[in-house]
Write a protein that binds this ligand. Structure first.
Ligand code: KG4
Ligand code: ZN
Length: 341
């Protein structure tokens, strides 16, 4: 049996998890900072780093306690090295290095994006390769080809905003609150998603790259044209027109994500399609991916909802591959804000 303690702090969630043998999650603790950043409509890096400093100790303790695992039962300590906010990542990296040094444990440095991809394997350990993974979150919208276990090749990425960022910005401009994804999903329920047709950006060079800033601008223009009032101005009431606009926006995002992913699946002749990252908990998106994959004959695997937004169980899941290869990190590693997978 191999047991790994993993730590994640690259953005605005302080998380720790204890995982046995790749996918047996004993505990997965997540301290969210949503309340802190809510007032600003986005993550404030300085505040995030300070919150991590306060939360990291208690979160690690809680993860060990819930797992019924002592520090002496661990085989390794894993941590997200990047990419992410440098001040935030540094907190997790320092904590992991301290535990590894004090307990004489091997240290495993994990790329956050590899963590997101491996999140799909926690509940589906036998996914067939080659696979294509879409990571769709607040910071990333990227397609990776995975020819074999532990191998990743970047196929496409966003040229401007990430899809989750677009959800957050559209929610902000419509006055709906933060984070935008869950709010828009809730308000879109039962609304008319065909009220607005939004064209999706195609890349002139035939690449599968994404772009969401034009869509965000189009939503803003429609909101102005229709004279949509911010809910604050109407006592919190969200108008039907606003809900239709939110639903149309969601549909446009879902559509482009599904289309590009399926095109990549065919182009790369993969067997499996993986959906991961914070936006992947969106039920419309999951449903659209499931039916398109069935129609086109690809095996489809979405990360379990609790492993879509940032968490440490996925970091542990990725760390096992490093551990098995003996790819340990030295104790002098630093956090990396820019860390291509
Ligand atoms: O993976 P994550 O926790 O952080 C990053 O690594 O970026 O993703 C957070 C993002 C936010 O932008 C949030 O609005 C979006 O995921 N999100 C959603 C939903 N839940 C969270 N987007 C659409 N629908 C949802 N239900
Ligand atoms: Zn993430």
């Amino acid at each position: 049996m191999t047991r790994i303690l993993a730590i994640e702090s690259s953005c605005d969630e302080t998380a720790a998890a204890v995982v046995d043998d790749r996918d047996h999650v004993l505990s997965s603790v997540i301290a969210s900072q949503v309340d802190v950043h809510c007032a600003y409509g986005g993550v404030v890096p300085e505040l995030a780093a300070r919150q991590h400093v306060e939360a990291i100790g208690p979160v690690v303790h809680q993860a060990l306690e819930e797992a019924g695992a002592g520090l002496d039962s661990l085989d390794a300590v894993a941590v997200t090295q990047g990419p992410g906010l440098i001040g935030s990542s540094l907190v997790g990296v320092c904590a992991a290095k301290a535990i590894a040094w004090r307990r004489d444990l091997p240290l495993l440095a994990v790329n956050h994006l590899e963590g997101h991809i491996r999140s799909a394997f926690i509940d589906h350990p036998r996914i067939e390769f080659p696979a294509l993974a879409l990571i769709v979150s607040g910071g990333h919208t990227s397609l990776y080809l995975c020819p074999a276990e532990g191998e990743y090749r970047s196929i496409a990425r966003t040229r401007d905003d990430a899809a989750g960022e677009a959800f957050d910005k559209v929610a902000k401009l419509l006055g709906l609150g933060y984070p935008g994804g869950p709010v828009i999903e809730r308000l879109a329920e039962g609304a008319d998603a065909s009220a607005h047709a939004f064209p999706h950006a195609r890349m002139k060079d035939g690449s599968l790259d994404f772009s969401f800033s034009g869509l965000k601008t189009a939503v803003r223009r429609r909101a102005v044209e229709q004279g949509l009032a911010h809910p604050e101005a109407t006592g919190g009431e969200v108008s039907e027109e606003t809900r239709d606009l939110a639903a149309s926006f969601q549909r446009a995002v879902v559509r482009v994500l599904v289309r590009r992913s399926l095109t990549a699946c065919k182009r790369e002749r993969v067997k499996s399609l993986l959906l991961t990252g914070g936006v992947a908990c969106n039920k419309r998106l999951r449903g659209a991916f499931r039916s398109a994959s069935e129609r086109e004959g690809f095996a489809f695997y979405a990360a379990a909802p609790q492993y879509t937004t940032d968490n440490a169980a996925m970091i542990a899941a990725a760390a096992f591959l490093h551990y098995e290869r003996g790819a340990f990190a030295p104790l002098n590693i630093n956090a990396r804000s820019n860390f291509p997978l």
